[in-house]
Design a protein around this ligand. Structure first.
Ligand code: PEP
Ligand code: MG
Length: 579
């Protein structure tokens, strides 16, 4: 039995056999073969091509629905590549001239082709890079056999163990079988952790070299509440955890009963609780957990778990499904926050040197106007169905906001020309997640209807600490005095300008931080749906007066450690059950 401590990323307990998966961006090491081995390597490569062709031809037959026809077209493109003799010759030449393995030659050659595609300005062509990577993966699977485990066809409950998981991989997991996640890397507010929380899958991240101490099939316990994992637990530990898991389920079940009660403090101050979602299917869960609308719809996930880029109709369909659940309650649709750790299929393998400071979010949209306009059209069309708000992420200066607004108005004019209905008075908001936006909030407030503070990124950019890097995770704190001062500035500026303001970062779901936020004047909060009942319970147990006192005290402190300790003690006194 071995116990490892990491960072708790999503609550809950999982006891299951492990499946170890490698990162999607798996690189094949450059291994040399004896010159006499070259013909055999070339033959292996050709056999892999033949098998891949057979596999795809089989998959192609018998497709019928519209969706399936789309997939068929994609496979037809893949087949053309796989039958291309010049490609096979190029790979064989590489094996001969460099004496490398078949897998290395396949991977290098295909990645070279993909990177040439990515450089092409034409969106349609650059998109094809994703197809090349798919072909590479298919061939490598043939060449490497079962050395890489597959989680697509699970038939029993498992715990996923990986060095690293991308938000895309996590979003694609089947909740029915994937019962827990444990990764060597990552942080509490990384998008992978956020997705795990939304899906309600227990997760522990930042386990350093955990993957080295587990074999596929080992029994593991993932304790997402305490941030620990146990490999090959003894009978006594298993029994203890089975009981603990039952208690935890009962506790969650009991909390669900709070659903119908209002989120109101003991001294009668009403707080609005909204949900953060990544997929339209989560909307119902928000409602079930007592949420009063959507405060953040992370629409970029439409791009992440689909092999093709979503069309306007697909955007529209996803939004309409969500709106249908909420009727006249607010649904805040954030325009795509692609880039950084969330790529479109074609950009997935072309990382930038500093992706979190690169072409991310609104910057990506302003340079890819077609994608942006298409999404805005879908949002506006959906606005005719309910109370939709549109929100731009990662705004850093007024110019970006003005550009985004101008494009939105262009799209409105197009819809007018086509006599398509939309809400002409749709509320427009921005996320405050850069220090630049926080410091100029009073200016930005003049041109928006609302702010939402994204504390995950605001903390990352203020403290210059990568939110997903476990090596600096102890430096990442949303209650650092610098972050708190920025939050206070934004709240004051929003109140002065009389615009709505909410918090939608993970900070708002932490029991220890919530009283401070309420004391600082926050009245609307948006968090992952599974966390809503607990948050409501806390709100119903405190008074604003207590919260104000805490905030006054904290805002006079200069050290993060002092603040954290104070908050921990204060929460323990007022809410002993939170510990
Ligand atoms: C944030 O940055 O706080 C936020 C809510 O957005 P995301 O986590 O999607 O970056
Ligand atoms: Mg953000």
């Amino acid at each position: 039995m071995e116990i490892k401590k990491g960072i708790s990323a999503s609550p809950g307990i999982c006891i299951a056999k492990s499946v170890i998966i490698d990162s999607e961006d798996y690189r094949i090491p450059r291994r040399l073969v004896e010159p006499t081995q070259q013909p055999a390597e070339i033959q292996r490569m050709k056999t892999a091509f033949d098998k891949a062709v057979k596999q795809l031809s089989k998959l192609q037959s018998g497709q019928e629905t519209k969706e399936q026809r789309k997939i068929k077209d994609i496979f037809a493109v893949h087949l053309r590549f796989l039958r291309d003799r010049s490609l096979i010759k190029k790979i064989a030449d590489m094996v001969r001239s460099e004496s490398v393995t078949a897998e290395y030659a396949v991977s290098t050659t295909l990645r070279e082709i993909a990177s040439q595609f990515i450089k092409v300005k034409d969106h349609y062509i650059s998109e094809r890079a994703a197809d090349i990577y798919d072909i590479e993966r298919r061939l490598l699977k043939q060449l490497l056999g079962n050395k890489r485990e597959n989680v697509e066809h699970l038939e029993e409950e498992v715990a996923i163990v990986a060095k690293e998981l991308s938000p895309t991989q996590t979003a694609g997991f089947n909740k029915k079988f994937v019962k827990g996640l444990a990764t060597d890397t990552g942080g509490r507010t990384s998008h992978t952790a956020i997705v795990a929380r939304s899906l309600g899958i227990p997760a522990v991240v930042a386990l350093e070299d955990f993957t080295d101490s587990v074999n596929g099939g080992d029994l593991v316990i993932i304790d997402g509440n305490r941030g620990i994992v146990i490999v090959n637990p003894d009978e006594h530990t298993i029994k203890q955890y089975e009981e603990y898991s039952l208690e935890f389920h009962e506790f969650e079940h009991k909390l669900d009963a709070i659903r119908e009660k209002p989120a109101i403090t003991r001294d009668n101050v009403r707080i609005t609780l909204l949900g953060n979602i990544e997929f339209s299917g989560e909307a119902k869960l928000v409602l079930e957990k007592g949420g009063e609308g959507i405060g953040l719809y992370r629409t970029e996930f439409l791009y992440l778990n689909s092999p093709t880029e979503p069309t306007e109709e697909e955007h529209y369909k996803a939004y309409s499904e969500t709106i249908k659940v909420f009727k006249d309650k607010p649904v805040t649709i954030r325009t795509v926050d692609l880039g950084a750790d969330k790529y479109t299929q074609s950009k997935r393998f072309a990382p930038e040197p500093n992706p979190f400071l690169g072409l991310r979010s609104i910057r990506f949209c302003l340079q890819n106007i077609d994608i942006f306009k298409m999404q805005l059209r879908a949002i506006l069309r959906a606005s005719a169905l309910g109370k939709v708000k549109v929100m731009f992420p990662l705004i850093t200066n007024l110019q970006e906001l003005m550009q985004a607004r101008m494009i939105l108005h262009d799209v409105m004019e197009d819809l007018d020309d086509e006599s398509i209905k939309y809400d002409r008075n749709i509320e427009i908001g921005i996320m405050i997640e850069t220090p630049a936006a926080a410091l100029t909030a009073s200016t930005l407030a003049r041109d928006v209807d609302f702010f939402s503070i994204g504390t995950n990124d605001l903390t990352q950019y203020t403290l210059a600490v990568d939110r997903g890097n476990e090596l600096v995770s102890t430096l990442y704190s949303s209650v650092d005095p610098a972050v708190l001062r920025l939050i206070r500035t934004v709240l004051q500026d929003a109140h002065k300008a009389q615009i709505d303001i909410s918090i939608c970062g993970e900070m708002a779901s932490e029991a220890e931080y919530i009283m401070l936020l309420l004391g600082m004047g926050v009245r609307t909060i948006s968090i992952a749906p599974p966390m809503l009942p607990e948050l409501k319970q806390i709100i119903r147990s405190v008074t604003i007066e207590e919260c104000n006192q805490i905030a006054r005290k904290i805002l006079g402190m200069n050290s993060e450690r002092q603040i954290s300790n104070y908050l921990r003690n204060a929460t323990r006194k007022i809410l002993p059950e939170a510990f």
